[in-house]
Design a protein around this ligand. Structure first.
Ligand code: NCD
Length: 309
């Protein structure tokens, strides 16, 4: 049993904690497949989801995860919060913390916002549900749980393709790969790669076709248009699809063992062809299913460690 105080990022977790969360996550996959999808694990706990950026999967899965474990879950989005009236992020967080929730799940465009808020909130655990282009730890954990249930990840090569520069998901995977024993290949045009990315110990490719042989997973990313700056030159979407889109030809070249993953939301016909997204190799909806189980695991670890799980 391992209890966590906060979940800021993969950077703050060690391999033992990640293995524990994956084991706990696996135990919750079964619960979500039963006809009665409810356990008393988090009865009496209050969880607030505070989302300042749009989200379908992450927000809903945190809400379902809390509810399946009998917690009281409250959702607040930027459009309904008082930040619209000029309140700062810190004042909003202090206000919510004064209502004594056990966990505050936060998504915000500011990298490092969870570390900052944790310095001011004494009794509330904070979960990073995506802080700008910095980290998205529960997505990386969800992906590892999905792979654990589909042949494992140790020794495997995950090839992440697309807008690496703005991807908090890619960053969390780069950090997790070293700790958990898998390899990451990155594929992107130079303009969509962060500087000095090789320091993470990954292989970098600019030609997608060259990166395909030996890949166990082709992990496609959306272009984060909301984070593109004016000095980031970008080809047309058709050209991008030609060079960096996953189509049937590329999937065939990867071989039968290769899985297709995507954190969502997908842009069909841009980073991924529609038939590939719906193909037998696609684990995209499995990722969504495992996202609920993984967030159940994270909330449990934050609320005491899961002795009842
Ligand atoms: C990702 C995110 O928000 O970082 N989506 C998600 O949480 N499933 C990826 C994205 O927005 O492209």
């Amino acid at each position: 049993m391992i209890a966590l105080r906060h979940l800021f990022g993969i950077a703050e977790l060690d391999a033992e904690q990640i293995r524990y969360l994956l084991q706990l996550g696996a135990s919750f996959v079964g619960l979500s497949r039963r006809s009665i999808r409810k356990a008393p694990t988090l009865r009496g706990k209050t969880i607030i989801n505070l989302f300042f950026e749009s989200s379908t999967r992450t927000r809903t899965s945190f809400e379902i995860a809390g509810k399946r474990l009998s917690a009281d879950v409250i959702n607040i989005s930027s459009s309904t919060s008082a930040t619209k009236k000029g309140e700062s992020l810190l004042d909003t967080a202090l206000t919510l913390a004064a209502m004594r929730p056990h966990v505050l799940v936060i998504r915000h465009a500011l990298p490092g916002c969870c570390h900052f808020l944790a310095e001011h909130l004494r009794e509330t655990s904070i979960v990073n549900a995506g802080d700008g282009a910095h980290e998205h730890p529960t997505q990386a954990l969800t992906d590892l749980l999905t792979l654990q249930e589909h042949g494992g990840f140790v020794g495997k090569t995950i090839t992440i393709v697309g807008d690496i520069a703005h991807s908090r998901v890619a960053r969390s995977h780069l950090l997790a790969a070293r700790k958990m024993g898998y390899r990451v290949r990155l594929v992107a045009p130079k303009t969509l790669l962060p500087r000095r990315v090789e320091q993470f110990g990954c292989e970098v490719y600019h030609d997608f076709d060259e990166a395909i042989p030996g890949s166990d997973v082709l992990y496609m990313l959306r272009i984060q248009t909301e984070r593109l700056t004016s000095n980031c030159s970008f080809p047309s979407l058709r050209e991008y699809h030609e060079a960096y889109g996953l189509n049937g030809r590329r999937l065939a070249a990867a071989g039968e063992q290769c899985l297709v993953m995507h954190p969502g939301p997908m842009n069909r016909g841009v980073e991924i062809a529609s038939d590939v997204a719906d193909s037998a190799a696609s684990r995209i909806l499995d990722q969504v299913e495992h996202g609920v189980a993984m967030r159940m695991a994270v909330l449990t670890a934050l609320c005491g460690g899961g002795e009842e799980a």
